[in-house]
Design a protein around this ligand. Structure first.
Ligand SMILES: [Zn+2]
Length: 421
């Protein structure tokens, strides 16, 4: 129910990192990518937000809905008595008093965090009018898209009955609606102008006579809040948001760790010896742990050196692609071979290449840390089986049997039998 404290999220992240790196302790100490920087600004560049924070924020968002939609309940009244009529959930300029309980502060802050991601969450709640209205005249959104307090600040300042609900304020006699006002002084100048504008914007209000007010949530088409919908909006923003570079490399056909690995490799941020050395780590050698004949950098280990290129050759044979293409096929870049494939087909092709990179890297680590001998044939088999497992469970309409996957995966990806999964 609370936003998980940063320390907990950090712990979870580090567990994921360790898993990702195969648990070798020394790398944990190196800041390859400043995780915090990547993860904390929930919107712009946080890749991992999707799984940890989105759910968390969405559950906190649910409290906004609860408070806003059941203002007569006891707990809502308690909060109101402590934090004032809008309970800090005003439409803008949320300020927290120092004594604010941390629970409630988390809930309030979650609202602005979600807003910061580019989702208009705080202003997404509005009320449909009922005749026994508990709508707060100034601080609820009930006409237009902002509160009247925001729009008519001078009048609000002069109002002697700021907590007034619509019920208090509106008098209905037959078809005529009049308003109760009590001002601190006579209205003149700008305040009077505001009053004229206010009167015209509320003169046409319709009060429903059949029921009480109903809270509406504008981010869902049926007007009802769900944490699931909010979570998906947050994920959408964080994983595929705008010009987010990471969003464009996410490939949902394979587990997230694969996308992360490739993303890091593209930025030369995987712990090959050359990069470790550059970051000031004291190493016996920066040479390749296999051949010793070249510096171990990202390109060397993932595509250039002899054993790696054996894997790529086997991989390309499996995909019926001429082995010569190895020279033009940068494993980390997209390539035109599958231009005519469907989006899903392309994603699968890309995913399989990524799995190849990832598996090569795993093989490298097995050699360096566990002394396991490199075996190109085994590595290709592993690529075939793990990619099949991942892809067949994630792409719903992929009807490829294991033996077909082994024999001619290219045919199935290029033929349009694979619809959008
Ligand atoms: Zn080498």
């Amino acid at each position: 129910m609370f936003r998980a404290p940063a320390s907990v999220i950090r712990l979870l992240e580090s567990i994921r990192c360790n898993f990702f790196w195969g648990g070798s302790g020394v790398w944990r100490k190196l800041t390859w990518v400043r995780w915090e920087k990547k993860l904390l600004p929930y919107g712009s560049s946080g890749l991992d937000i999707g799984l940890l924070n989105a759910k968390n924020l969405a559950l906190l968002g649910k409290w906004w809905w609860r408070f806003k939609s059941s203002q007569n309940s006891l707990w809502s009244k308690v909060i109101t008595s402590v934090y004032g009529s809008d309970r800090g959930l005003g439409s803008s300029n949320i300020s927290l008093s120092p004594g604010c309980s941390s629970t409630w502060a988390h809930i309030i802050k979650a609202g602005s965090k979600i807003d910061d991601m580019g989702i208009s969450f705080i202003s997404s709640f509005s009320k449909e009018l009922g005749d026994d209205s508990t709508i707060n005249f100034w601080t609820d959104i009930w006409v237009g898209t902002t509160t009247l307090r925001e729009k008519f600040g001078r009048l609000y300042a002069l109002d002697m009955d700021k907590p007034a609900t619509l019920e208090n304020r509106v008098l209905i006699a037959g078809n005529a609606i009049t308003f109760n006002w009590e001002w601190a002084r006579d209205l003149r100048g700008r305040a009077l102008e505001e009053f004229v504008a206010l009167s015209s914007s509320i003169s046409g209000i319709q009060l429903r006579s059949d029921s009480t007010d109903r809270m509406k949530w504008s981010l869902n088409s049926d007007g009802v809040f769900t944490a699931k919908k909010l979570k998906s909006l947050i994920e959408e923003k964080s994983i595929h948001g705008g010009n987010n570079v990471i969003g464009t490399i996410m490939n949902r056909v394979v587990p997230q760790k694969i996308s992360i690995f490739v993303w890091r490799a593209k930025q030369k941020r995987i712990p090959v010896r050359f990069e470790l050395d550059k970051r000031g780590m004291d190493l016996d050698s920066v040479l390749c742990p296999f051949c010793g004949g070249g510096i171990e950098n990202v390109d060397h280990i993932l595509s250039n050196f002899r054993l790696t290129s054996e894997v790529w050759k086997g991989f390309l044979r499996w995909w019926s692609i001429l082995a010569d293409n190895i020279t033009v096929l940068d494993p980390l870049l997209s390539d035109p071979i599958f231009n005519s494939a469907t989006i899903v087909g392309k994603s699968i092709w890309e995913a399989v290449k990524w799995v190849c990179c990832y598996t090569i890297w795993k093989g490298r680590n097995n050699k360096v840390f566990k002394g396991k001998e490199w075996n190109s044939t085994n590595i290709v088999s592993e690529i075939q089986s793990t990619s099949y497992g991942w892809i067949s469970s994630r792409v719903k309409k992929l009807n490829i049997e294991w033996h077909q996957w082994m024999q001619n995966p290219r045919y199935y990806v290029l033929s349009n039998i694979i619809g959008v999964g």
